[in-house]
Design a binder for this molecule. Sequence first.
Ligand SMILES: Cc1ncc(COP(=O)(O)O)c(C=O)c1O
Length: 388
Amino acid sequence: MSYLAKNYNRKKISFKYGKGSFLYTINGKKYLDFVQGIAVNSLGHSHPKLVKTINYQSKKLWHVSNAFIIPEGEKLAKKLAKKTFADYIMFQNSGAEATEAAIKVARRFFYSIGKPKKNRILCVKNSFHGRTIAAIYASGSKKMTEGFGPKVGGFDHFKFGDHKSLKKKITKNTAAIMVETIMGEGGIKVMPDLHLKELRKICNKKKILLILDEVQCGIGRSGDFFAFEKSKIKPDIVPIAKGIGGGFPIGAVLMNKKVAKGMTAGTHGSTFGGNPLAMAVGNSVMDIIYKKKFLNNVKNISQYFLSNLNKIKEIYPHIIKEIRGKGLLIGMQLHVDQNKFIKKLMQKKLLTIRAAENVVRILPPLNVKKNEIDQALKIIKKVCSELK
Ligand SMILES: Cc1ncc(COP(=O)(O)O)c(C=O)c1O
């Protein structure tokens, strides 16, 4: 009998410990973990540097209120600002909090310049920005909002990639466009650089803000620190979470100085957001991700993984429909049932997770080794051969 609420459909398996790319069950079975807490454990399980950081910081100071200056948070904010488009950072604890705070930043900016009616946020239909009450209505998904009325207003929607319909949806009350740079839950749909450039152009022309949700695809997951970097555009606001904590709950909103002006003292807060323990871990994650060659390695290993997955697809075109993704945010769209495929992978000790559009999502840690990728490829190929 479990006293946990039934809001998850949990697999009947429990883990005792993890090391790097592997998880070990309570009865000693070893699994190659290509879920990594859904893109959270960016450096794998129990990374020695993160273990050291937590041990060290936990003996010093865990938590103080944001009523005081927190040097570890100042340090992490500086690192994020120096390495990215952002001028200011606001720390949270999760992705949904970060996306909601991003919406607050956008609305508050227009309020601060005397345009309080400019408060509507234009999002992609069936996107994913989290599970809080506003975030589900931002996502515009019937499945997520059913039974959670009354509807939270202030959101409009357009179809992914359909910029004609997007332009029609912009009104004088639109404050921002908010999109995932790579749709994660939605089936690993990469927003092409051309679309990102066009979005920036539209936002500039209409004098509205661009929010890029990099909760899942950010922090090196795409092979660049941010997935939008190749497009050379600069967003105004970027919510992040997942990978920045390497497994420790951290969320944040990155913003430029123009929009930051609206966030005056008292306009937003979080009891836990940015506490010394979380910030110490975030600093260590940043130091590792920005080590020379780290992101290059992500790109190289991603290329190797993607090209070999495509080779398997060529052998089994009736099973694999499409290989999608960027960096180590990879999706395998199937012709066969995704759940059956995932179950078979799991029986062969490879953990993956589903996404929309019958996609199997594959999320190795960013420091995954080539022989671990080979092991996964072998299992995927074997499952394809068995399903044939
Ligand atoms: C793009 C995106 N935004 C927001 C969220 C919500 O993050 P969290 O589950 O930490 O609230 C997620 C989670 O998967 C996500 O993928």
